[in-house]
Design a binder for this molecule. Structure first.
Ligand code: ADP
Ligand code: MG
Length: 369
């Protein structure tokens, strides 16, 4: 339930700045995820909030109260991490009641809460079981219940589903969100799985090299990412270099060389500005060869076809030598393309994002470090 506010949080390890001047506000009841490449500072962020480590500078507020000097057990948080840390020699009931017992609560006080938690995670009938008798998913749910039975209202989850099978993960992530929403908790969930973050969060934080690059709703990060890095990290995208050739009444024309030109909606650039245009693989539409409309077409040759489930991915080498990927959902309208085929793809201007060409170069901006 509490809100969380971080003001200018910095944490260094030798010459690594693991959290670099982080400002962040999480609202009461929000489910927020943190994604970013390995080593970008996600765990450090969670540990700072939990009180497992102390920031070098900056302030942390939970529910409006500065908690920098408060020990972990007084912060009202439940902390769950990837390696399931249940006590192997205790059954589920004893594991879940451990926190209240240590705190010296009477059984009368803790039992209703423990029962509620076990009901919520649908393990009420398994209280006698030992951790080794439960599936990985059940164990991790037990870890969440245990984190919550000390009346934690802020749930900090560090890759909580990371050790589980894909199908179990996919199911449990929705249960986690439901639990947080039903109990009116606030959650901060670190994951390296951007799809997981996108499917359960109210907002997603994208981190890179100790800094927050961008925060937004899953939809905004996917459709209108403010940064090239976000466009690349969240989902998949094509990145093409070009220069602004014309500014129009509505939008601009970007020249991609060798006769390839695309209209984009943005017009806050100058002629000859070096830009990067970005579009998602699913926003290309194959045009019929006989269709003589040439507006916003990219033409080239299919160099690779990959099937993954219901999605077909075409890698296309464009006439300017750049390579793009576009995808279609398998359907009865099979475009019947083969490797080597010539094709042209229409990309609607409203689905093309335009960014200034990054100072350090495009490949550096796309690197996942
Ligand atoms: P993430 O969780 O995003 O993978 P971490 O927060 O664990 O990243 O780490 C951020 C950076 O801080 C990394 O470069 C990591 O090596 C470094 N780091 C984290 N913990 C320590 C530590 N205890 N001692 C030294 N360096 C650390
Ligand atoms: Mg980590």
């Amino acid at each position: 339930m509490p809100n969380v506010e971080l003001i200018k949080i910095t944490k260094r390890y030798d010459n690594v700045v693991a959290n670099d001047n982080i400002n962040l506000a999480i609202k009461d009841g929000e489910y927020v995820s943190v994604i970013g490449p390995s080593g970008c500072g996600k765990t450090t962020l969670i540990k700072n909030i939990a009180g497992i480590i102390k920031p070098d500078s900056g302030d942390i507020f939970i529910d409006g109260k500065r908690v920098n000097d408060q020990p972990i057990e007084d912060r009202g948080i439940g902390y769950v991490f990837q390696n399931i840390a249940l006590f192997p020699h205790m059954n589920i009931w004893d594991n879940v009641t451990y926190g209240p017992k240590v705190k010296g609560w009477s059984q009368k006080e803790s039992t209703p809460l423990v029962k509620e938690m076990l009901d919520m995670i649908q393990l009420s009938t398994r209280v006698e079981a030992y951790p080794s008798e439960l599936s990985g998913g059940m164990q991790q749910k037990t870890a969440v219940a245990r984190a919550l039975t000390s009346r934690a209202e802020l749930l900090l989850l560090d890759e909580p589903l990371g050790a589980l099978d894909v199908k179990v993960r996919a199911k449990l992530r929705y249960e986690l969100r439901r639990l947080v929403k039903d109990l009116h908790l606030t959650a901060l969930h670190v994951t390296h799985d951007q799809e997981e973050a996108m499917s359960i969060s109210d907002r997603v934080i994208v981190m890179r090299k100790g800094k927050i690059v961008e925060i937004g709703t899953p939809f905004d990060l996917y459709i209108h990412p403010k940064n090239i890095f976000t466009a690349n990290f969240v989902g998949e995208a094509n990145f093409l270099e070009g220069t602004i050739a014309h500014i129009l009444e509505e939008g601009s024309i970007v020249d991609l060389k060798n006769g390839l030109r695309l209209r984009v909606t943005i017009k806050n650039h100058k002629i000859d500005d070096h830009v990067v245009i970005v579009f998602r693989p699913e926003f290309g539409v194959i045009r019929d060869k006989d269709d003589n409309k040439t507006f916003n077409r990219l033409s080239g040759n299919v160099i690779e076809i990959l099937y993954s489930g219901n999605i077909v991915r075409y890698k296309v080498k464009l006439v300017n030598n750049a390579t793009i990927v576009f995808t279609i959902s398998l359907s009865i309208q099979d475009p019947k393309l083969s490797v080597g085929d010539n094709l042209s793809i229409y990309v609607p201007p409203e689905h093309i994002l335009t960014y200034p060409y990054p100072k350090g170069g495009l490949s550096k901006e796309l690197s996942l470090e």
